[in-house]
Design a protein around this ligand. Structure first.
Ligand code: EPZ
Length: 428
């Protein structure tokens, strides 16, 4: 397995361009199954989660053609299977979206439970509640989730928890159901809106995405479309925090500043200067960050997917901050890794008490999950000396060209394979 070696202590300065949003792509690509003719999808991030979805689409019978670096043509007309096997689902958090998409298209789906990051229990009871309300029968067969229905009919579903995945899955299954489906207490993340815009561009009739109530009037047919995925809010946020953490000055291009409001607000609270343009933000910082408290919440609250990265910035802040995780049961596994680098973090249930230290020290650490991995990169950028980050396959799941993008703004980061890593160790 590869590792990253980060030689920290360098200010990041320059421009970074953000890729297409992972969490929109992993919903939109399975949604192509609902169309009856080819779709051209632009701004697709080249990350391993997306590669896994393409493999699954091909195994189902769809054809996937790369048109240029980030543009793909997907023809779902030859799809002839409704099964996403364990092998296909492995390493892919979004395998459950194949349930909604296949149910909507074929009225049956058999899908292995999701793999991906270990950030606590990841139940799908609200997805199942939605499928059942639409008229599907859902069972478990040899560890696979099976959903079947003779006829999907519009329904009203109230989500007991605000769930991104359940909202998306119900939208997928309802887009071609008969009649009107209403999702109450729906998630409002930018990728929910992006999926609704994508489905509407295929001929769907979806209103209210981005609010707590989404109405889906089912249509009989959906056609192919050309669509460009929104920029990745979390990738943008990660580079914004990296800029502040290295007391740098970075323009982050190809963003929708509205999607970054909570991150911008918190960066300003710790003392960073954030300038907002139409499609860019510029983050600069010339002093030690101030302490601040953060609580993660569903959108438009502060995103849980930015929690480890922001906590890393607070690890070197002036004073004590409290970070509270309001979405997942367990998302502080990275804290131990930060303590190996000299951070002072006490985790107590859903909160972490972070007492800022003057600086971090380079150390061998690992990525416990995707965003924990991003946090380790930021920690490595802060720390003087050489930080080695293991298990970077998690980072590859969600950050396109992370080494190239950071190098372009002055970071000293490289990817080494295990063998060259041994060499680096010997050489030192
Ligand atoms: C999505 O996961 C994202 N993944 C996650 O991104 C993100 O952390 C999460 O939303 C919250 O924003 C994708 O979009 C692929 P949820 P999802 O359903 O849909 C509980 C990243 O780093 N819940 O909104 O799986 C659940 O336990 C990641 O990019 C139920 O109780 O999250 C959690 O506490 C990882 N029953 C809360 O709801 C259900 O049926 C939110 O989960 C579903 C969820």
């Amino acid at each position: 397995m590869d590792k990253f070696i980060v030689n920290g202590g360098k200010r990041l300065c320059g421009t970074i361009s953000v890729s297409g949003a992972k969490n929109a792509a992993v919903a939109i690509l399975p949604a192509v199954l609902l169309a009856e003719s080819p779709c051209i999808i632009e701004n697709v991030p080249n990350i391993s989660d997306v590669t896994a979805i393409f493999r699954a689409l091909e195994a189902l019978g769809a054809s996937v053609k790369r048109i240029d670096l980030n543009t793909y043509e997907i023809d779902p007309s030859c799809v002839n299977s409704f099964i996403v096997s364990k092998e296909m689902a492995q390493g892919m958090r979004a395998s459950s979206y194949f349930l909604g998409a296949l149910l909507g298209r074929m009225r049956k789906a058999k899908v292995a439970p999701p793999g991906g990051c270990d950030i606590g229990l990841r139940p799908i009871d609200q997805h199942i509640k939605g499928f059942e309300a639409l008229g599907a029968k859902v069972t478990i067969d040899s560890g696979m989730v099976v959903a079947k229905s003779e006829r999907l009919g519009g329904c009203s579903v109230y989500l007991d928890v605000v769930s991104v995945g359940a909202t998306i899955n119900i939208m997928l299954a309802a887009a071609r159901a008969r009649g009107m489906t209403v999702i109450e207490n729906a998630a409002r993340e930018p990728h929910i809106v992006d999926l609704a815009n994508f489905l509407n561009s295929m001929g769907a009739d979806i209103m209210g995405a981005g609010t707590g109530v989404i109405k889906i009037r089912g249509v009989e047919h959906l056609h192919g479309t050309n669509y460009s995925i929104i920029p990745d809010q979390i990738e943008a946020g990660t580079y914004m925090v990296a800029a502040a953490a290295t007391r740098g000055d970075v323009v982050i291009n190809n963003v929708i500043p509205k999607h970054l409001e909570s991150i911008i607000a918190k960066l300003r609270e710790v003392g960073a200067t954030v300038e907002e343009g139409d499609e860019y933000v510029r983050v600069s910082m010339d002093k030690r960050p101030e302490k601040c408290n953060v609580k993660t919440m569903p959108h438009p609250g502060f995103p849980t997917d930015m929690q480890p990265q922001f906590a890393t910035l607070l690890a070197v802040a002036n004073g004590t901050s409290i970070v509270t995780e309001g979405v997942w049961d367990s998302r502080f596994r990275y804290a131990e890794q930060l303590t190996f680098m000299g951070a002072d973090i006490q985790v107590d249930g859903k909160s972490a008490i972070i007492t800022g230290v003057d600086g971090l020290k380079a150390a061998p650490v690992k990525a416990n999950d995707l965003r924990a991995g991003a946090a380790m990169i930021i920690a490595g950028l802060i720390a003087e000396g050489e930080t080695e980050i293991a298990d970077i396959e998690y980072i590859d799941r969600g950050y396109e060209l992370v080494v190239e993008k950071l190098t372009a703004v002055g970071a000293d980061i490289k990817r080494v394979s295990d063998t060259s890593f041994d060499y680096v160790l010997k050489a030192n």
